[in-house]
Design a protein around this ligand. Structure first.
Ligand code: ADP
Ligand code: MG
Length: 319
């Protein structure tokens, strides 16, 4: 399913065997992580398949960042197993993860705002020409390649000479996604890529998440927006207080149920827990989580732009 091109990058081709039938690219089995005596994550199972978007949802503090830090090599798990291509691994740096084709696009993108788009595309991996010691940057080839790769992902920018800082947040996310694809990512981790974006730009980013899936990548999409998740997700894992509250493939869960898990059930349960500790509130008389009706599900899977109500739940725009 994968092949290596002369440039050393791995190209991933979707094949009939891709998807849930294919062995997972990345898998967590009862994985957990403690920071000292803070248990941030416990007993989490997660499988990332090629050509699938696996959404990881959860409120602030649920353990989403901890989970992706394990997979991206920033932290090591302290419980359970972490497997890549079926083989147990323990990464000591993000470089180890990258070497296995696991690329992470962080919210605060590592770009140089005043440098042109094409230059940022190759930042740290510049193309050169000529033999040592007269090796020079191959500017023409970098420009041409960046242009081709962005177009392959359906990203059309007027001018690759413009400083990347002049692009919108959504466009910059898209360049980062195309870059990861070009440099051979098999697994693409996106940490709340739509959290700080408006409705239209979120729609654009979701489109490229789908494009990465079409290219055969296994995508891990971190979000706390069930509408955004449902627009592109094939599998949904909801974290709550560090444990997996729900893990369901798309055909086993509706947007209403997912929204209820996120905005209704989990939140209400947590509030009840708090109230019970305060006392003076008859918690038993409050409705059960399941009885809370979900807000109107207005994010139809077909529509390209996510619902306005969905974007407004992201107001805090985490760093
Ligand atoms: N470096 C750290 N040291 C101690 N506790 C941490 C650290 N990082 C995260 N935590 C704790 O782990 C829990 C999960 O955090 P995190 O993974 O950042 O959640 P999320 O990304 O879902 O908001 C929180 O209770 C948080 O305070
Ligand atoms: Mg986080």
């Amino acid at each position: 399913m994968t092949s290596t091109t002369p440039g050393g990058r791995t190209a991933v081709h979707p094949s009939p065997g891709s998807g849930e039938d294919a062995p997972p690219l990345v898998e967590l089995r009862a994985a957990g992580k403690s920071y000292g005596n803070v248990r941030a994550l416990h007993g989490v199972d997660l499988a990332v398949h090629p050509s699938r978007v696996t959404c990881v949802l959860g409120d602030n503090g649920a353990g989403k960042s901890t989970l992706i830090k394990i997979i991206s090599g920033l932290h090591q798990h302290t419980e359970g197993e972490f497997l890549v291509d079926g083989e147990p691994v323990r990464f000591s740096s993000p470089r180890d993860a990258l070497a296995r084709g696991i690329a992470t696009v962080y919210q605060d993108l590592a770009t140089v705002p005043l440098m042109p788009v094409w230059r940022n595309f190759f930042l740290g991996s510049e193309m050169t020409k000529g033999p040592w010691p007269v090796r020079r940057l191959d500017i023409a080839r970098m420009k041409r390649t960046a242009d081709e790769e962005l177009r392959n992902m359906g990203i059309v920018l007027d001018d690759l000479e413009q400083p990347i800082g002049t692009l919108s947040g959504g466009q910059r996310q898209c360049v980062a996604i195309a870059r990861a694809v070009y440099f051979g990512a098999r697994v693409l981790i996106l940490d709340e890529p739509t959290a700080a974006l408006g409705v239209k730009q979120s729609g654009v980013v979701l489109k490229y998440i789908a494009a990465a899936r079409e290219r055969g990548l296994g995508v891990i999409f971190i979000t706390h927006n069930p509408h955004h998740a449902y627009l592109v997700g094939d599998h949904f894992s909801v974290l709550r207080l560090g444990t997996l509250e729900l893990s369901a493939p798309r055909d086993r869960i509706t947007l209403e149920e997912l929204t209820n898990h996120m905005a209704g059930g989990a939140e209400l349960a947590a509030l009840k827990h708090e109230l019970a500790q305060v006392g003076g509130v008859d918690v038993a008389a409050l409705p059960e989580a399941g009885e809370v009706s979900a807000p109107a599900g207005d994010g139809a899977p077909e529509s390209a732009a996510p619902a306005a109500s969905a974007a407004s739940t992201n107001a805090e725009g985490k760093p």
